[in-house]
Design a binder for this molecule. Sequence first.
Ligand code: ZN
Length: 492
Amino acid sequence: MLIRNAEINGRSGMSVRIRGDRIAAVGPELSREPGERVVQAGGGMLLPGLHDHHIHLLAVAAADGSVRCGPPAVRNREELAAALRASAAAAAAAAAAAATVQPGGWIRGVGYHDSVAGALTRADLDAMVADVPVRVQHRSGALWMLNSAAVAAIGIDDHAGARGAAPAAAPPGAGRGPDGRPDGRLFRLDSWLRERLPPSPTPDLAAVGRGLAGFGVTGVTDATVGTGPAEVELLTAAVTRGDLPQRLTLTGGPELAAPAHPRLRLGPVKIVIDDGEPVEFDELVALVRRARAAGRAVAVHCVTRAALVLTLAVLQAADDEPGAGHPGDRIEHGAVIPPDLLDQLVGRGLTVVTQPHFIAERGEQYLREVDGEDLPWLYRCAGLRRAGVAVAAGTDAPFGDLDPWSSMRAAVTRRTAAGSPIGPDEAVDAATALALYLGDADRPGGPSRRIVPGAPADLCLLAAPGRIALRTLSADLVTLTIAAGHVIADNR
Ligand SMILES: [Zn+2]
């Protein structure tokens, strides 16, 4: 393939030759070779394919068949009840039409936030839907809330003994109400819960792959903490089938075996530090050491000041050379990074993988709920870069929007949906915002990948030159996405 008349790094009239999965040549006027397909770029900006540095692929696929349970789709208890009931009715109608009884058909809700109807318990959900198992995920991804039918179905209800079977012990992380019964709240029990759910249809990763390709995304880092052999198998199968045409970097634990496909690889070990949970300092240190022993960096989920302080202490304790840091270590989210911690981040060479779009998507709630002292340090970008901290971005989809361009726009505007600024000093220019998604999977906040001979043919062609594209940063401009030399999205 020969791409002609593209703008690369500000130079217009450039041609790019692709041979196999690589870029073969780049130059001002390459002439067409026999049999070569020619793409006229029309002066449009040609970028390396975008890399989403923090996403959860299987959760994105599952979210497609789920009920939206948080703002802006659902804002209060009545709207939540209506959404869940509509889904239950639709499922019942579908089951009737197919003349089959769906075994244990569950309603799955996502994106819940406490501003809708407070801390939901089984009783709250029972009042909305009682006859079908319902599970609703908090938008943090850390918490599931179940109604009584669901609690009974997974076998931890103390009253399930009525059916003759003794109830299983609820694991730590399962909440209990004042009466001592499970209250339906399951904290950080994703894998535990999945094992108890009826087998679900294989998630439609092809739709996820298409969606990403349409945005110009040719690579992602799946930052899911619970990625195990079963998840690796699903993702490898999807890549092999071509459902996911992107390159995948996976996190998961230190014992995870490397995937057996050239387009999948292991990245850092994911570690989650949650506020309000008992912390075993020594266990965290041991986990970091196991990551090191496996030759892997760590990516630590930190959304509060306290979690960041703890993370820095854990890294300090885990590494043989105190303060030296380990290449590739990352802070995921870095939702609150106060100035007094910057030196340590720089000293350890930590990269922050942030979500600028949370300012746009969740900013109104932050203004109401976040400590005024922390507001200027929310999802920082420019200030981190000024201090010498490498910064990259990921959508965190499905917890954030899948569109990386809306994330870039938010990095530039730093405004809530209602237009209020948050940490305006953290705004970056459009080129910097774009570069948040152009780093290498291994060096997310490092230099942007380059379009040079020998580089992978992972490209994103825009319909406009840079001076226009950078003004809008709109996904609508993506005209062609090429991954490993193949066109994976053609919006022309
Ligand atoms: Zn995440």
